[in-house]
Design a protein around this ligand. Structure first.
Ligand code: COA
Length: 397
């Protein structure tokens, strides 16, 4: 058996003051604060401030931070114009990624790599990402884009820009809690991608662009889209058991279940399950009940077949929650990004400007060269006219 830590599991690659996860006991801590306390008492803006600056703000500091956020919500008109030229079939995560990279073109202070300049960019990205996501959804649906509000919360403003009407307070509150829960999660794939890029001293735009690419994958943030597709495919609570059985018997994965770090319930999924149940009951939808059954059957089969317990992760119940609230399925991962940008930014700043030793270094892990085609070393270069066909290009091997 290969006992190496493939996939960097449990390898310590850096120090961080931002987040800690206790996977055995299901605890998630942002800058010393339990995620459940933050979800109960805080707001996304306050949590983003905490992640970025390391302390909870007082009233004056929070007001100043909110002012900066609201002032930065607008995106350049030419960015909207460019979006209008994209095929309407484009995936919202791809649009978000390309738009974030495009924002670098409008940063006329781009060469200033100082900490203050990067914090200003971080705030601007937190503010602008919801505007991009909402604008693209309206553009692809042939609707006029809606300018951001100059007041109201981050969550409220996003739904307003997306739907074109002021959301009820309860709906904004649910989104706000979900944003808090998704804001940070230590060295997950997208955050590590952001830090890895930051370690080269590339710009924050390049780091966030890379993080967005990593987040889009279905084993990471893309799982919440796959969860909803799964529920839609299953279609009825009576179909859950046969569907999950078939899926697992064929070696497939049940999206939204399992986690690389948590060996018990992910604390975020419990809160999201409560919200999903409440909204499903209110709107009389089937999605919460189906999700609960998926969880129960997957746990049962995994225990019987592999003698392992797997638990729901953050993506399982967010899918039914967002769907019951009328969010298009493929916006699930962009919604994750609207929140996670706070954590990414905190890590990028820490990677670029950490003062305490050991200071971050350029990431350069070691790979084991296993020489797939011609043995590890010593291949003789053969002139092209003498080479045998290998039929690799069109997978004809
Ligand atoms: N469905 C079916 N089997 C699963 C599973 C899932 N969701 N999650 C883990 N397993 C199985 C694996 O197939 C593996 O079995 P094996 O040892 O026979 O190969 C075993 O459990 C351990 O899986 P492994 O991939 O090593 O666990 P991990 O802890 O490294 O995986 C994930 C973490 C997230 C990649 C994995 O749980 C997964 O693919 N989940 C679905 C995707 C998802 O929801 N991603 C969002 C994460 S927040």
């Amino acid at each position: 058996m290969d006992t190496r830590n493939i996939g960097l599991r449990n390898i310590e690659v850096a120090d961080t003051k931002i987040c800690s996860i206790d996977g055995e006991n299901g605890k998630l801590i942002y800058r010393g604060y339990d995620i459940l306390d933050l979800a109960n008492h805080s707001t996304y803006e306050e949590t983003a401030y905490l992640l970025l600056f390391g302390e909870l703000p007082n009233t004056e500091e929070l007001n100043e931070f909110n002012k900066k956020l609201t002032e930065s919500r607008m995106i350049p008109h030419s960015l909207i114009k460019n979006m209008k030229n994209k095929p309407v079939s484009a995936h919202p995560m791809d649009i978000l990624q390309s738009s974030v990279l495009e924002l670098a073109d409008y940063d006329f202070n781009r060469s200033d790599e100082g900490k203050e300049a990067n914090i200003t960019r971080a705030i601007s990205l937190i503010a602008k990402i919801p505007t991009i996501v909402a604008a693209w959804d309206r553009i692809r649906n042939k609707m006029e884009t809606i300018e951001p509000l100059q007041d109201n919360s981050h969550a409220h403003n996003f739904i307003f820009m997306l739907k074109g009407e002021q959301p009820k307070h309860e709906v904004s509150k649910i989104f706000d809690i979900s944003l808090i829960l998704h804001a940070e999660h230590s060295f997950n794939a997208s955050t590590f991608a952001a830090r890895e890029i930051a370690s080269t001293r590339a710009s924050i735009y390049a780091c966030v662009g890379g993080a967005l690419g990593a987040l889009s994958g279905e084993l990471h943030g893309g799982a919440n889209i796959q969860v909803m597709k799964m529920l839609l495919e299953i279609g009825d609570i009576n179909n859950v058991e046969p569907w999950v059985k078939k899926r697992l018997a064929s070696g497939g994965r049940v999206m939204g279940m399992g986690h690389a770090v948590y060996k018990t319930t992910d604390p975020r999924s419990e809160v999201l399950a409560t919200l999903s149940r409440a909204i499903s009951r209110e709107k009389d939808t089937i999605w919460y009940d189906m999700t609960e059954k998926v969880e129960q059957i997957t746990k049962q089969i995994m225990l019987e077949s592999k003698k392992i317990l797997i638990y729901p992760n953050v993506d399982l119940y967010s899918a039914s929650l967002y769907y019951s609230l009328g969010i298009p399925v493929d916006l699930n991962t962009p919604l994750f990004a609207i929140s996670r940008i706070a954590g990414w930014n905190a890590h990028i700043i820490e990677e670029k400007f950490a003062e305490a030793a050991p200071k971050p270094a350029l990431y350069r892990p070691k790979a084991v060269y296993v020489g797939r085609y011609c043995g590890p070393m010593g291949c003789e270069y053969i002139n092209i006219i003498n080479r045998k066909p290998n039929k690799l290009l069109n997978n004809k091997q």
